[in-house]
Design a protein around this ligand. Structure first.
Ligand SMILES: Cc1cc2nc3c(=O)[nH]c(=O)nc-3n(C[C@H](O)[C@H](O)[C@H](O)COP(=O)(O)OP(=O)(O)OC[C@H]3O[C@@H](n4cnc5c(N)ncnc54)[C@H](O)[C@@H]3O)c2cc1C
Length: 299
């Protein structure tokens, strides 16, 4: 497998048995068998075709800000698109590679006096990860600004998809169900006033930094907002703030966050998530649905 992958992406873009801890915001997880970093869209297509042909498991990693990787790591190929990160501004449109950080696209919008992506200035994901789950914050979401995306489908074929065909809705899209790999996104923005755009971004950054435990490794909001409730409030009212299992703790700063306080294992972090779900269900009858995705194998 190593030689076949090397013939596609060259040896410097493959690492065998690569630790993934530093590729996730929770700093959790074991190793990847083959960590592959393509530098062209064609390489992405060829790697997908190879994985299909050889029936090797295939996992896509964005910026690791909405993922918990289990302690046993990930078998087969893990593809990371961090080198496909070009950002181009064309009038009121921004075209960004899937590996670009959505926060950097938001900054480019500001620099070019374009409004519409202010909400994304503090979201730590990649463009691909942001489309995958229709990332959003403070009243804005990807759906509001996405025009179209270049994707590679399960068979390794490249296609252009209009935003409406990606079924973007609250923290979801049809990208996972169709197994699409986002290569590039085109955003449609409007001309705005630099000072006003900056003021909104500064305000959102202040709100985020003052309310969220960003000083610790964390996956962000662990749960989706249950209809009619706020997950953080339910967790707080259940008396769970500060609850700790091993090195994982329900944040004292924001109950909707779980922090890796002291070198937690993925097992401890996941056990705490399940404990919170169980207690909230018992006390309030509300099932908290995870926003964060859990992948990989047990240690
Ligand atoms: C401190 C903190 C704050 C956060 N705040 C917010 C917030 O305000 N709003 C919000 O919506 N989210 C928030 N998040 C969650 C996270 O940043 C978003 O979900 C983000 O969109 C995830 O992108 P990623 O690149 O990190 O994806 P990853 O975590 O790497 O992956 C998540 C999923 O996306 C898939 N994926 C990644 N790239 C691609 C691609 N190119 N094509 C297809 N699938 C892909 C992966 O396979 C995986 O299944 C926060 C997270 C943290 C840690």
């Amino acid at each position: 497998m190593y030689d076949q992958l090397a013939s596609i992406v060259s040896k410097e873009n493959i690492v065998q048995n690569k630790p993934l801890k530093n590729h996730t915001y929770t700093r959790l997880g074991g190793n990847a068998d083959y960590f592959v970093t393509p530098v062209t869209y064609e390489q992405v297509q060829h790697v997908v075709k190879l994985a299909n042909q050889e029936k090797v498991p295939f996992t896509l990693l964005g910026n690791g800000s909405n993922l918990i990787i289990k302690d046993g790591g990930i078998r087969g190929i893990v593809m990371y698109l961090g080198k496909l990160a070009a950002i181009t501004v064309e009038g009121t449109k921004i075209i960004a590679g899937s590996g670009a950080l959505i926060a950097n696209v938001s900054k480019q919008a500001l620099t070019n006096h374009l409004t519409g992506l202010e909400f994304a200035c503090g979201i730590p994901g990649s463009v691909g990860g942001a489309l995958f789950m229709n990332a959003g914050a403070y009243g804005g979401e990807i759906k509001d600004v996405l025009l179209r995306a270049k994707i590679v489908d399960r068979d390794g074929e490249l296609k252009v998809m209009e935003a409406k065909d990606l079924d973007l809705s609250y923290r979801t899209s049809n990208i996972p169900t169709n197994g699409y790999i986002v290569l590039e996104a085109e955003f449609g923005l409007e001309v705005g006033d630099f000072k006003q755009i900056k003021a909104v971004m500064d305000d959102l950054t202040y709100k985020r930094e003052s309310k969220q435990p960003l000083e610790y490794p964390t996956c962000g909001s662990v749960f989706k907002r249950p209809p009619g409730y706020f997950a953080g409030k339910l967790i707080q009212d259940s008396g769970l703030q500060g609850k700790q299992i091993g090195g994982a703790q329900v944040s004292l700063k924001h109950a909707g966050f779980i922090i890796n306080k002291d070198e937690a294992s993925a097992k401890e972090y996941i056990t705490l998530i399940e404990y919170v779900q169980q207690v909230v269900k018992e006390k309030y009858g509300v099932s908290l649905e995870r926003e964060v995705r859990i992948i990989g194998e047990d240690g």
